[in-house]
Design a protein around this ligand. Sequence first.
Ligand SMILES: C[S@@+](CC[C@H](N)C(=O)[O-])C[C@H]1O[C@@H](n2cnc3c(N)ncnc32)[C@H](O)[C@@H]1O
Length: 240
Amino acid sequence: MPRPVKSMYSRNLFQARRKLITEIGFFEPLSQAIAEMIYKHAAIERESLSLIDMGCGEGSHLSNICENMRSKYQKIVTGVGIDISKEGILEASRSYANKIWTVGDLANTPFMNEQFDVILNILSPSNYNEFNRVLKADGLFIKVVPQSSYLKELREIIYNQPEKQSYSNVDIVERFNENFQVMDSSRICYTIPLGNTFIQSLVQMTPLAWEATKEQVKLLLDEDSAQITVDLEILIGKKR
Ligand SMILES: C[S@@+](CC[C@H](N)C(=O)[O-])C[C@H]1O[C@@H](n2cnc3c(N)ncnc32)[C@H](O)[C@@H]1O
């Protein structure tokens, strides 16, 4: 980064995110589905491939997906993660030493043209010009967006307005369609039981809690256990 950037994404948030991902497999069905799609659409005939996670946060998704590609599909993946948050990249580089971790803006990355076989973009903003620039001509773009019931148990407590209690990604999908040719998509929906310690991590890990009042946060933290819904859409595209 040419200069430091202030971010709401703190070290606590990234540590909580990593705890949920690595200790109870909060997003494991997502990692498995993405690895399967990379295999199906980009890797069947290749021994190795390069993958960049744009807005990688603390790096667990990238690490899990590369590990799935190695153990299930015997593919060698060079994994690169970029995030604007120095805290996220510090966590990533401490936890996963065998990847390339970069503090930077996904709208202006320090990579050459047409370098990557796969771009991942999970629950993070996009910059389609930059993604098109660094993706190979036959590369794959994978974007993960929330579906209507994503973390609905939290939304129902945090938002009074019914329209905010579910999530609409219509605009995001439209923008994806304008910039990439959609090849495939898949909805991943499941519930996961959380005990009190992991409810605390959930509250810490999500930007949703930034909009909650102290009373709402207390209501969430007082729960002994909860069933939490993960509802995500995976969009797969090729360059137009
Ligand atoms: C909701 S978090 C998702 C992080 C990670 N993909 C995950 O699912 O755990 C959104 C991430 O996007 C990053 N981000 C936001 N704007 C960015 C930008 N312009 N360049 C790079 N990263 C950015 C944030 O720092 C944050 O880590």
